[in-house]
Design a protein around this ligand. Sequence first.
Ligand code: ADP
Length: 189
Amino acid sequence: MPAELSGEINGATLKIVQGDITKQTTEAIVNAANSSLMGGGGVDGAIHRAGGPAILEECRRIVAEQGRLPPGKAVITTGGNLKARYVIHTVGPVWHGGSHGEEATLASAYRESLNLAAARNISSISFPSISTGAYGYPVAEAAPVALKTVADFLRKAKSSLKEVVFVLYDSTTFEAYARAFREITSKSG
Ligand code: ADP
């Protein structure tokens, strides 16, 4: 069974796949960074390793100019050696039990990334599952927030974005997103 689901919203494709985001050919990929923008473990480390030093160089410049990146915000750099032309770096919330604004911050991380992509006229973008690794956000709760935020963005107005892909690394994460995806698409008919 192919680990892939997709649907259409307002002329754009929303897709979930299982795979490695560093291999994606979308115009931009999103990094689940931390506020220092200096790289780290998980998907952040994988993106910097695959993309090379040009990404870190631009991240350094951004932090020197505007300081650390707050959770829920996003910035854009080159994709360096990646197939993707751009990396959008965003910071998700650290999970502290769910009553500390985690959901709003997670939605903001997705929305700000999409806004930045649209402002740059980007047509396709891949997201990892933000905050559900080291940051501890339960994936069953994060998946519907992630998918709803993207679906709402696409529904609200047509933008340059014609393809949004969630690239989920492991099968547990993929299954959580698949469940949320089916729920959202069954509700909207
Ligand atoms: P956070 O700190 O935001 O929780 P992590 O990188 O620790 O970020 O984890 C976020 C998700 O990214 C996890 O589901 C993890 O398995 C996944 N991940 C790790 N490496 C990759 C990769 N190369 N491509 C896509 N997803 C990845």
